[in-house]
Ligand binder design. Structure first.
Ligand code: SF4
Length: 83
């Protein structure tokens, strides 16, 4: 049986496969360097003392790209992504 995408002639675009990546921050490890919300401002923000707040808990496409960049640049290893 063909998928809906094939029946309607629509090929999935990057990040359109339906698979989402979950974003989490370990508050015990976060020390507020701010790299995450600087590099990925659409996914993370700062709280009143500069610690990370997750704005979007499930990402794909461009937001996932931002989240991966933040994960790789967090000096404390506080960001985790689950696929
Ligand atoms: S880069 Fe890491 S340590 Fe810094 S605010 Fe973001 S999550 Fe916290």
């Amino acid at each position: 049986m063909q998928s809906a995408a094939m029946r309607w002639g629509h090929l999935p675009l990057a990040g359109e496969s339906g698979a989402m990546t979950e974003v989490a921050v370990d508050a015990d490890r976060c020390t507020g360097h701010g790299r995450c919300y600087t590099l990925a401002p659409d996914v993370f923000d700062a709280d009143e003392v500069g610690h990370c707040v997750v704005l979007v808990a499930e990402v794909s496409g461009d937001l996932e790209t931002q989240a991966v960049t933040a994960e790789r640049n967090c000096p404390e290893g506080a960001i985790s992504l689950s696929r």
